[in-house]
Design a protein around this ligand. Structure first.
Ligand SMILES: Nc1nc2c(c(=O)[nH]1)N[C@H]1C(S)=C(S)[C@@H](COP(=O)(O)O)O[C@H]1N2
Ligand SMILES: [Mo]
Length: 318
């Protein structure tokens, strides 16, 4: 299956031009002058080959160089296709992403099975530029396409007893060669507290770089939780379950001392086998030898999310 990627390489959008535009955009948002001008710039210049109608959300942008599309789509963790960074791009073409359904169930008043097409149309799609920090010590800056997960959760009317949300990825040996391996317990399951899932930053993600998600990035729908380590953001989701108790999650089951349920990005709490104080930005000119940059607490989203953890000992709830 051929990937449906935009024809312009991200490298053709010069970073300086992008910064200027983002700066302008933020000013406009601050002045309340959003709207036509903004969306026309994005559709004319940056995303001339868009397959998806997206509007940049200036509240969720960054003054950082975005990671080139080729790096975003060729250096991946998606163990359902193998454990090597190059496995997902090599083998994820076997994943059939249409038709695709996502069932939202559990402690909700109105459980519902959504077709992927309906999820794409639920509310207007936004472009949001987020940092993604992998627990392994590398990071990227990715222009995602999607909307706050809260838009979807409120439709199914969570019951008062619902305290956590469980995200279940597809696990089909026929389409996913890595599922034959016992490296993790399948299906891949991740979870959030309900208030984390409802935080506006938590993105139900349907695309990147102005197009649908490439298979290796979790097509056709994934979650992105930018203040947490990347493994909290499950790919190719088929089920979302609202539950009362903290769900058992794949990485926590396999190595609980290394991968906690919270997994907020935290340079002050080291992984038992390595420091989390710094990170390497993928795609930097000097490649593997690029100087490390400092990791920010909550991946730089502390102003927005620190209050979710008020009073909690983050060395204990890692
Ligand atoms: N289903 C599933 N989701 C997953 C993973 C996985 O192996 N399986 N890997 C996680 C990890 S460790 C990271 S860092 C991110 C990587 O997302 P990306 O490849 O789009 O950058 O996906 C996360 N989501
Ligand atoms: Mo990761």
């Amino acid at each position: 299956m051929k990937l449906n990627l935009p024809k312009i390489a991200s490298s053709e959008i010069t970073p300086q031009a992008v910064f200027e535009k983002r700066r302008e955009l933020i000013k406009m948002a601050a002045g309340g002058a959003l709207g036509l001008e903004l969306s026309s710039w994005f559709s004319r210049e940056a995303f001339a080959t868009n397959k998806i109608q997206v509007k940049p959300n200036p509240s969720y942008t960054l003054m950082e160089k975005t990671t080139a599309l080729k790096d975003v789509t060729s250096y991946n963790n998606f163990y359902e296709f193998g454990t090597d960074k190059a496995d997902p791009i090599a083998y994820a073409s076997s994943l059939v992403t249409s038709p695709w359904k996502v069932s939202i169930e559990g402690l909700v008043g109105k459980p519902k099975v959504f077709d992927i097409e309906d999820l794409r149309k639920l509310v207007p799609l936004e472009e949001r530029i987020y940092r993604l920090r992998c627990v392994e010590g590398w990071s990227m800056v990715i222009p995602w396409v999607g909307y706050s997960l809260s838009n979807l959760l409120k439709l199914v009317e969570p019951l008062g007893s619902a305290k956590y949300v469980e995200f279940v990825s597809l696990a089909d040996k026929k389409q996913m060669r890595g599922v034959n391996s016992s490296v993790l317990q399948w299906p891949y399951v991740e979870g959030l507290r309900l208030d984390e899932a409802n935080h506006p930053l938590t993105l139900l993600t349907l695309g990147l770089y102005g197009d649908v998600l490439p298979n290796q990035n979790g097509a056709p729908v994934r979650v992105v939780v930018p203040w947490k380590y990347g493994f909290k953001s499950g790919k190719s989701i088929v089920k979302i379950r609202l539950v009362e108790k903290q769900p058992a999650t794949s990485w926590n089951i396999s190595i609980p001392s290394e991968y906690g349920f919270y997994s907020n990005v935290n340079p002050e709490v080291d992984h038992p086998r390595w420091s989390q104080a710094s990170e390497r930005r993928i795609g930097d000119e000097k490649g593997f030898f690029a100087p490390k940059i400092k990791t920010l607490k909550f991946n730089g989203y502390g102003d927005q999310v620190a209050s979710l953890y008020a009073g909690m000992d983050l060395t204990k709830f890692y």
